[in-house]
Design a protein around this ligand. Structure first.
Ligand SMILES: [Ca+2]
Ligand SMILES: [Ca+2]
Length: 310
């Protein structure tokens, strides 16, 4: 009787298993999600901006894919009858005259993308995607005070700039120009590997990388990633494999010794792998994902590599 009950329960369990949808893989972590969720920025720096500043470079430069957050504290006195102001300036929107930021708030701290000259209020931007301002690739923000007469100003603002950046470049393979593996990505091993360009195999976006072979060789996709020594990071990647597969390994290697690697096997549908590591004396690591092939046709697809401060 007891065995029968177990059998019935097992059958119910199997039935439930058949009916339930496969668990969706978690969304890849992005600079935007890191900022929105209040997680540590990849880089943080502050700069004192004097009240008489026309334009001065923000403390951190921009790369493609960055999300940024600018905020400021402090007070400036802008001379004459114009009074004292915080970073948001006054409620007056400037028009005409010699205001540096036409259409901005008078006496405010503003930012300006060096690449296209687009200006914005920099008092407290919240999470901000430079791509929304048509700023792409390597760029710089300059900071200034929106005042027609800067020469009589005193005081200044302390500006804090946060940059949320995936330390793996082109971690989603969206900027790969062709089917081969191109910089900043590299390959190990003699067999077929490359990038699927808009073939519907990606975990996110349009592209992913793959290795496919019937050999018994080691093949891997790698990237050299400069990091800070003696710091803690988290690596993430999504992967899936053929039903017949070999011995997979992913992780990060230091300059001389292996830091962390993890085995993986058959994965049906994209699955996220996370590895926490510390760099020790290494000022850079090589991120890798590969496998020893089983001697029959097999493949692995990979997407959304990321390294962020832990
Ligand atoms: Ca003034
Ligand atoms: Ca992708």
């Amino acid at each position: 009787m007891r065995n029968l009950l177990l059998l019935v329960l097992t059958m119910i369990g199997l039935a439930a298993g058949v009916q339930s949808a496969p668990a969706a893989a978690p969304a890849p972590m992005t600079p935007w999600s890191r900022c929105q969720n209040g997680q540590p920025a990849t880089y943080t720096a502050t700069k004192w901006v004097h009240g008489s500043t026309y334009l001065t470079a923000a403390p951190l430069a921009l790369q493609a894919g960055d999300v940024i957050h600018l905020s400021a504290t402090g007070t400036i006195n802008t001379g004459g009858w114009s009074g004292s102001h915080g970073p948001a300036g006054s409620n007056t929107i400037t028009w005409g005259g010699n205001w540096p930021h036409q259409g901005g708030r008078a006496y405010s701290l503003y930012g300006r993308f060096a690449g296209n000259g687009v200006k914005f209020l920099a008092a407290n931007t919240g999470c901000m995607d430079p791509a929304g301002y048509h700023s792409g690739g390597n760029d710089r923000i300059d900071l200034g005070i929106n005042d027609e007469n800067l020469s009589d100003n005193t005081g200044g603002f302390t500006v804090t700039m946060r940059v949320y950046r995936n330390l793996v470049q082109d971690g989603g393979f969206e900027r790969q120009p062709n089917r081969g593996v191109s910089a900043p990505w590299h390959a190990e091993g003699p067999d077929h590997k490359g990038v699927d360009i808009r073939l519907g195999y990606a975990n996110s976006g349009g592209n992913n990388a793959f290795i496919r072979t019937g050999s018994r060789n080691w093949n891997a996709v790698t990237q050299y990633v400069p990091l800070r020594p003696h710091a803690s990071y988290r690596m993430r990647v999504f992967l899936r494999t053929s039903p017949v597969f070999g011995a997979g390994y992913l992780g990060v290697r230091g300059a001389s010794t292996g830091l962390v690697e993890r085995p993986y096997g058959v994965v049906n549908g994209y699955q996220e792998h996370t590895i926490d590591f510390t760099t020790g004396a290494n000022g850079a690591v090589t991120v890798f994902l590969g496998y020893w092939a089983p001697g029959s046709d097999s493949w692995v697809q990979m997407d959304d590599f990321a390294i962020y401060p832990a």
